[in-house]
Design a protein around this ligand. Structure first.
Ligand SMILES: [Zn+2]
Length: 318
C-alpha cells in the first residue's frame, strides 16, 4: 500500500496510537487509546502507517516514572518499562520520583523516592539517567539532596513538581546550585481549566524564574499542557526549553513549538507509565519536520544539554 501523507496519517491515528501498533499494552495505554475510535484506528493504522521508530533516531526520553507500572520493586517496574522502550527503540530514559507519589513530600519522603531512582540507576546505568525529586517548600533540605544525588551521586538534574510555585524567590538557591553543577532543571507546569493545585506552577511562573536565572537551562514540563499558551509564555526566554510529554497527542503541538521556539528548544519525553511511549512519540513523528529537526527533538537536544554534566561525571552518551 502506498505510504500515507502526514494529514492522512494524523486522521488515521486519531489518538496518536499509530506508533503503538507494536508497542501499546494495557499497562501503559492512555485514555485516548482506550476510546473506541482509537481502537478502530489502531487496526487500520497497523497495516498501513509507514512510521516506525528506528535505532538511528537515537531516542532519549526526558520524562519517565516508575508509577503506573505493575510490579513490587524497582527492578520489576524498570524491567517492564524497558521492555516497552525496546519495542519503540527508546535508548535512554530519564527517571524521576518513585512511588507512591506525594504532591508535597517532606524531606524524608523525597529522599526515599530518590533512593528508588538511585537503585534503578545502579541496576541499569547504560539505559537510565536520573533527576533528583525536590520540594522547594524545603529549600535547605532540597539543597542537601542536590549535593547527595548530583554532586556526590550519579544524577544529572532535578525535578520540581507541585510543592511550591517556581516563581517564588525561595527557590533561587536551588536553581543557582543546579547552574553551578550543569544540572538540568525540570519544572512541571500546567494550565488547568478548573484551576491548578496549590503550589502548582504555570509556564508564566517559569518565565519569571527564567528571567532571574538567564544562564541556567530550564525545562518547561508538559509545555503547560495547554501548549498554545505555554509556548507563548516561554518564547521570550531562550534558556527555557519545552518538554512535550504528558498531554494528549494533538496535531500541531510540535509544529508550533518548532516554529515559535526553534527545534533546539523542543524535547521529546513520554511521562510513562502514565502515558505510552507511542502516543507521545506520535507528536514528533506526526509533525512536519526534516530529519535533523526530528533527531534533535527525539534526543539530540537532550544530549547537548546533558553533555557538560555527563562529561564531568565521565558518563558516555553512546
Ligand atoms: Zn510526570
Amino acid at each position: 500500500m502506498a505510504p500515507l501523507d502526514r494529514r492522512s496519517f494524523l486522521s488515521l491515528s486519531a489518538g496518536g496510537v499509530a506508533c503503538a501498533a507494536r508497542g501499546a499494552s494495557a499497562a501503559q495505554s492512555d485514555a485516548a487509546a482506550q476510546s473506541d475510535a482509537a481502537a478502530e484506528s489502531t487496526s487500520a493504522a497497523e497495516s498501513v502507517v509507514p512510521f516506525q521508530t528506528q535505532p538511528s533516531d537515537r531516542i532519549w526520553d526526558l520524562h519517565c516514572h516508575f508509577s503506573g507500572v505493575p510490579g513490587d520493586s524497582v527492578e520489576q517496574r524498570g524491567g517492564q518499562l524497558l521492555e516497552y522502550a525496546d519495542r519503540m527503540h527508546v535508548q535512554r530514559l530519564i527517571f524521576f520520583m518513585g512511588w507512591p507519589w506525594s504532591h508535597t513530600p517532606e524531606p524524608a519522603e523525597f529522599r526515599r523516592q530518590n533512593d528508588q531512582v538511585l537503585r534503578a540507576l545502579d541496576r541499569w546505568p547504560e539505559r537510565m539517567l536520573g533527576f533528583a525529586y525536590l520540594n522547594a517548600a524545603y529549600p535547605e533540605e532540597s539543597l542537601a539532596e542536590i549535593e547527595r544525588c548530583i554532586h556526590d551521586g550519579p544524577m544529572v538534574g532535578v525535578k520540581l513538581w507541585v510543592g511550591r510555585r517556581c516563581s517564588t524567590e525561595d527557590i533561587d538557591p536551588l536553581i543557582r546550585r543546579c547552574g553551578q553543577l550543569d544540572a538540568l532543571v525540570f519544572q512541571h507546569t500546567y494550565l488547568k481549566v478548573a484551576g491548578n493545585l496549590p503550589g502548582e506552577s504555570t509556564p508564566q511562573d517559569l518565565a519569571q524564574l527564567a528571567a532571574r536565572h538567564p544562564q541556567v537551562p530550564l525545562i518547561c514540563g508538559h509545555t503547560g499542557a495547554d501548549w498554545t499558551r505555554g509556548i507563548r509564555a516561554v518564547r521570550p526566554f531562550p534558556n527555557i526549553s519545552v518538554g512535550i510529554s504528558g498531554s494528549d497527542p494533538a496535531a500541531g503541538f510540535v509544529d508550533m513549538a518548532v516554529r515559535e521556539l526553534g527545534p533546539e528548544r523542543v524535547i521529546y519525553g513520554s511521562d510513562c507509565g502514565g502515558r505510552s511511549f507511542a502516543s507521545q512519540l506520535a507528536k514528533v513523528y506526526g509533525a512536519e519536520l526534516d530529519d535533523s529537526q526530528r533527531v534533535a527533538i527525539l534526543g539530540g537536544n537532550l544530549r547537548r544539554m546533558l553533555r557538560p554534566i555527563m562529561d564531568r561525571k565521565g558518563m558516555s552518551q553512546s
